[in-house]
Ligand binder design. Structure first.
Ligand SMILES: Cc1ncc(COP(=O)(O)O)c(C=O)c1O
Length: 414
């Protein structure tokens, strides 16, 4: 399926009971429903993904790209079909998809390969206050080596990347802009076309961290016009240990390898080694075969439901939760009113970890902490927030359980 959700019909409302029944992880050990509200950290897995991984690790298992026997040839076909599926899912081409261990590794790859060869002392790059550490630290590590400067775009009052400020900050010295498509803390959705126009307007490349966007919004990298796009499978109902970097073909083709080993070479000799074309040049070693098959199954699962329907569903849950929280005394909600699937909040006088612990007793799982976004916590003036993040298996009963748990916590803390 191409162009992901844009060609899908919206099938809302979702049949959440039927969807939920496909997720063995969504019940507690005693059989009671589990109010899992931590999909932003990692999504539960549908049976179809578990089965695909079990088959790939069982009756279908063999290595890829090397074997002359038929099982290996079949596995190679399935592995490369998974790459095509990822490409179709985000609107790219298969030669533009590099399998990585996840978004973190994908950003490190861009930094170590593209960044190390393209950035020079005196250059600048632009990140934002709300970035996940994985879109900050790889650039800091490289900046220490090369000596380019990192600028930080501020946020609007309601917690979106302030593109008017970005416009004022960007200069021809900027070579890269790297922003989250959707914030993992606030759910803020980036205006990507404006970000592309601003970056390209000064000759900079645009990297989008799509970790929280890909499970929640139809993504079409060709239509977005960005240069790099990264995501992790485990937030998209797929396995851990795999993700993808999409990079525009002409950029990827010009990037040098970043890790050496088997599979990424053309010919090896002690006199001179030459490298395979992209994307193989960036995939040293035996790849995550089972995980790639699992990712393909996750994409099939999500496509069958449809990202427009998933988005509509999660937006309704965010609105319901924000309305309930707004009606409570002593709750502060962070982030913009219109956000994608994620709500961060603080309960006055209660540390988010205490709230999370009490909610756990009620069978409600939220995330409490800095969410790998310490600069954002500093900006919000808090050490941590409580975060509820929705997935396709959540419904209003999860919102109600969370609100009941917060009410109980308020009573406990007087
Ligand atoms: C916005 C964002 N970027 C990057 C990451 C890092 O993803 P991973 O740990 O799967 O590499 C996350 C994970 O929480 C995220 O939410």
């Amino acid at each position: 399926m191409s162009l992901a959700g844009t060609q899908q019909r919206v099938k809302a409302p979702l049949d959440v009971a039927a969807i939920r029944a496909q997720f063995p992880g969504m019940a507690m050990a005693d059989g009671r429903p589990w109010h899992y509200l931590d999909t932003g950290a990692t999504a539960q897995k549908p049976q179809a993904v578990i089965d695909a991984c079990a088959r790939a690790m069982g009756v279908d298992y063999a290595t890829v790209h090397r074997g002359v026997y038929s099982r290996s040839a079949d596995m190679t076909l399935a592995f490369e079909a998974a790459r095509r599926k990822v490409a179709d899912f985000i609107g790219g081409r298969e030669n533009e998809i590099v399998f990585t261990r996840g978004a973190t590794e994908a950003i490190n790859l861009v930094a170590q390969s593209w960044g190390a060869t393209q950035l020079r002392a005196g250059d600048r790059i632009l990140l934002s206050v709300l970035e996940h550490h994985s879109n900050i630290v790889p650039w800091q590590l490289l900046a220490e080596r090369i000596g380019f400067a990192i600028d930080v775009c501020p946020l609007t009052e309601d917690g979106q990347i302030d593109l008017a400020a970005a416009e004022a900050m960007l200069t021809p010295a900027h070579r890269l802009v790297a922003f989250a498509h959707v914030s993992n803390v606030l759910g803020s959705v980036l205006d990507c076309s404006r970000a592309v126009a601003l970056a390209h307007g000064v000759g900079a490349k645009l990297l989008l961290d799509g970790c929280q966007a890909v499970p929640r919004l139809p993504v079409d990298v060709a239509a977005l016009g960005c240069d790099f796009y990264v995501f992790s499978a485990h937030k998209l109902y797929g396995p851990t240990g795999i993700g993808a970097l999409w990079a525009r073909a002409e950029i990827l083709d010009a990037m040098p390898p970043w890790q050496g080993g088997g599979s990424m070479i053309d010919r090896v000799s002690f006199a001179k080694t030459t490298y395979a074309p992209a994307p193989q040049r960036f995939e040293a070693g035996t790849p995550a075969i089972v995980e790639a098959i699992g990712l393909a199954a996750a994409i099939d699962f999500v496509n069958a439901i449809g990202l427009p329907a998933i988005h509509t569903h999660e937006v309704a849950l965010v609105e319901a939760l924000r309305a309930e929280l707004a009606a409570m005394n002593s709750v502060h909600v962070f982030g913009p009113r219109h956000s994608a699937g994620i709500v961060s909040f603080a309960l006055e006088g209660v540390h988010p970890h205490d709230l999370g612990t009490i909610l756990d007793e009620e069978g409600v799982a939220i995330r409490a902490g800095h969410h790998c976004a310490q600069p954002l916590m500093a900006h919000l003036g808090v050490p941590a927030t409580a975060r509820a993040s929705f997935g396709i298996y959540n419904d209003q009963s999860d919102v109600a359980a969370l609100i009941r748990g917060i009410e109980r916590t308020k009573r406990i803390f007087g």
